[in-house]
Design a protein around this ligand. Sequence first.
Ligand SMILES: Nc1nc2c(ncn2[C@@H]2O[C@H](COP(=O)(O)OP(=O)(O)OP(=O)(O)O)[C@@H](O)[C@H]2O)c(=O)[nH]1
Ligand SMILES: [Mg+2]
Length: 634
Amino acid sequence: MGAVEKQAPPAPAVSRTPMMALLGNPNCGKTALFNRLTGARQKVANYAGVTIERKEGAFTTSGGNGFRVLDLPGAYSLTAHTPDEEITRDVVAGLRKGEPAPDVVVCVVNATNLRLNLRLVLEIKRLGLPMILALNMVDVAKKRGITIDADRLSQELGMPVVETVAVQAGGEKSLLRALDMMWPLPVSQPHALSAIDAVGVEATQREVRRILDLVVSNPASGEDRLSEKVDDIVLHPVLGPIILAVLMFLVFQAVFSWANVPMDMIKAGVDGVGELIKGAMADGILRSLLVEGILGGAGSVLVFLPQILILFFFILVLEDCGYLPRAAFLLDRLMGGVGLSGRAFIPLLSSFACAIPGVMAARTIQNPRDRLVTIMIAPLMTCSARLPVYALIIAAFIPEREVYGFLSLQGLVLFALYFAGIFSAMAVAYFFKRALGANQQQPLMLELPAYHWPHMQNLALGLWERCKIFLSRVGTIILTLMILLWFLSSFPGAPEGATHPPIYYSLAGILGRGLEYIFAPIGFNWQICIALVPGLAAREVAVGALGTVYALSQSGDELAQSLEPIIAASWTLPTALSLLAWYVFAPQCMSTLSVVRRETGGTRYALLMAGYMFALAYIASFLTYRISLALIGG
Ligand SMILES: Nc1nc2c(ncn2[C@@H]2O[C@H](COP(=O)(O)OP(=O)(O)OP(=O)(O)O)[C@@H](O)[C@H]2O)c(=O)[nH]1
Ligand SMILES: [Mg+2]
């Protein structure tokens, strides 16, 4: 036969750019490390379950070796319980179609809580992939006097162990060096997942304890003492809810009282540009497009940037310091009462920014029914796109008065609107749980992270992100729709001997007057009806649309006025209240509905959502309009 004996060649090295996966328990700093390595700006926050999808980036080590890197959702174990944990498990085990397993796994652990974190490390190790342990948050550990013998840990685990501080410049250096030492990475395949289950939980725990005894020395019970002291007050059954309520109050007060100066500046800027254009151009179509269409539309939305930033400043501070999971803890009773799991808190909280990340964050919920109900009510949480609508109407109709000498009435009304959203979400959840059949309430298994001071850099980046999102909406979708609306509102022109402003006879005017038949019973005039239609694409577009519609309805000198005094003069209070009620409930956002469709795997629930929200909106507006009409007159 002449078979030739060949020597086994050395394990071949990975030839393409190797993939490194960041893995670890929730809230241990994977995303912070990912951002530090790649310069990306993924969302980082001090609670578990922030990352819900895989995110890819790339970086080069100091030794010049290129890596691709994956940020993954946090997991407590590789036996996945929730859709986001499944993503993590499938990625590391190489079970995702078209995606090979990572070439190296960096397991990130919270150095102040090795006891909880090591179990996952041991599980991942059984996959047999090249692995590095990143002891993250060593800065906090050192402050608390916890010492970890990294060399010994490395010996015990049989893998390189590096210390990292993901929130400090240079805090990733040791990891980069360790990656260079591993170069070139050998080609490797993960063992089957069954290798993990083969070892019992008991045995793993015993191993964790053994290693901990060898490498960690804790100061005598000094663990988390400050956090515990703060929690004694913040989680106190009586004081806790009071503190939460006071905090929320202050936030909404600030949204109105701090924003005046910057809002006036933006308003003055927009008006100034308008005057400039009017001075420089003769009256005509182009001037109308620029002044009434673009400035009147997009400019009237831009004014609300300061209020959005103030709101997010508070949310980001509370998020980064670790207060938010405490709020979840305090609200758990309330949520449990309507049959929601405590896990629903974070998706619902995200929905205050925008329902889309909220709906996606529902992936962290284990029970499919709970998840569905959480998705269904997420859009009832007041998203930031509603803020311009609320703020406009409040500023126009609610007097700038103090209640009890220190609370602004406008802030109180805004608080009430947010509360109305939360309250109705709870009511709808209760209803859905009944309809779907109740299941056992699951206790809230929420890890309370240690408090820390907000990182200024995190805060600044977070605000910058919000600013960019808002400005790009104004510059893209809002601007486009405003131009389109201006066309529809300007053509065809007014007929001979017209008694109304030309917009009344335009295409948009005809549409608005048609819709008025449906909306007159809830107090909307045809101008509002016009604004509702483009407002379906994104809520704050309605404000811009009102800006354009009213700019085109005015004549001569009135044109220079901003939207707020115009609507104050032309709407009745019942109409204003009715529109506020409409915006609490109406599903005025196509993108949310399409994400719901994607996340629930079909149009059914998206349609159900649109249906129930429109119905609620109409009923709420009808009642608001009729009752306030009866009480205060038109
Ligand atoms: N002091 C300190 N804080 C850190 C460090 N790494 C992360 N943090 C903070 O820890 C919190 C959690 O960080 P993330 O990066 O969001 O954690 P994650 O592991 O991605 O969390 P999930 O996506 O929820 O699984 C944030 O508030 C970070 O600012 C560190 O090394 N030192
Ligand atoms: Mg993350």
